[in-house]
Design a protein around this ligand. Structure first.
Ligand code: HEC
Ligand code: HEC
Length: 218
């Protein structure tokens, strides 16, 4: 998509979302609130690669809630070079109150967790060795762990995982002083510093975990 078309899309969606919220005191359900999100994240939360919008269906409600609130507060997406994150700040800010965020997060978490298309290949042996350093927080099977505040990775879009690992490494994620968990995650890819080949290998391994049915059970 060209830059101009993207800007037009974003403005049109923002107008739509504001029109919805201007509609009075109605309490919107998670499903209704999701209409604006669907234009980029897909009608079932499956993600739309051309918009750089990841699959969000079936992520845990507690993680979704935190990320939406982080965007809303400008704790995530506020790095000057983070074009995609800054778009998300705009949309998170169209959500009215905490209850809307809770309803929306619950709705997205309930969407079917269909497998993402796999586009990245790598050395699974090496990927498994690297992933062994991630399991304490993200779980043996990449299923995520609420106690460590670490999200599910298995079954997520591989291009997005790789892009986020590069963003953490570059400091575009975990940028804000208030983003304690983002900074902690950034430390995990900086000490020791993870190179591009290792990112491909570990993401290929997470792909492999995502093909295992046991991680998609709720
Ligand atoms: C104009 C397109 C667009 C719209 C509309 C949009 N998003 Fe996004 N969203 C993105 C992009 C692009 C990213 C990836 C940001 C990045 O690369 O860091 C993203 C990231 C996210 C993430 C982070 C996922 C993760 O795994 O960390 C969540 C959660 C999210 N969006 C929820 C929503 C919700 C809820 C709405 C509706 C209120 C919405 N988005 C509307 C484009 C959009
Ligand atoms: C000390 C705990 C910890 C370790 C170790 C750790 N992570 Fe994380 N990771 C987190 C937390 C917490 C988050 C969520 C950060 C946030 O709230 O923005 C996260 C987020 C991520 C994300 C972004 C997911 C998304 O949907 O946006 C990716 C990708 C990721 N971690 C991959 C890894 C990989 C690969 C490793 C091993 C090399 C690893 N992590 C090691 C705690 C950890």
């Amino acid at each position: 998509m060209t830059a101009l078309l993207r800007v037009i899309l974003v403005i049109a969606l923002l107008c739509l979302s504001m029109a919805v919220h201007a509609g009075g005191a109605k309490i919107w359900s998670g499903e209704e609130l999701y209409y604006t999100c669907a234009a980029c994240h897909g009608s079932k939360g499956e993600g739309l690669t051309p918009r750089h919008a990841p699959k969000i269906a079936g992520l845990e409600a507690w993680y979704l809630e935190r990320q939406i609130n982080n965007y809303k507060a400008g704790i995530r997406g506020n790095h000057p070079g983070d074009l995609y994150g800054s778009q998300m700040i705009l949309f998170a800010r169209t959500l009215g109150n905490d209850d809307e965020v809770v309803q929306l997060a619950r709705y997205i978490a309930s969407l079917p967790r269909t497998p993402a298309r796999q586009t990245i290949k790598g050395d699974l042996g090496r990927g498994g060795e690297i992933y062994a350093t991630c399991t304490d927080c993200h779980g043996q099977r990449g299923e995520g762990n609420k106690d460590s505040d670490a999200p599910r990775l298995a079954g997520t879009d591989d291009w997005y995982l790789a892009s986020q690992l590069r963003n953490f490494r570059a400091g575009a994620l975990g940028y804000s002083d208030q983003d304690r968990l983002g900074k902690q995650m950034a430390d995990s890819v900086r000490n020791p510093l993870i190179d591009d080949a290792s990112i491909m290998d570990v993401v290929a391994y997470i792909n492999f975990l995502g093909t295992d049915d046991s991680t998609s059970k709720r």
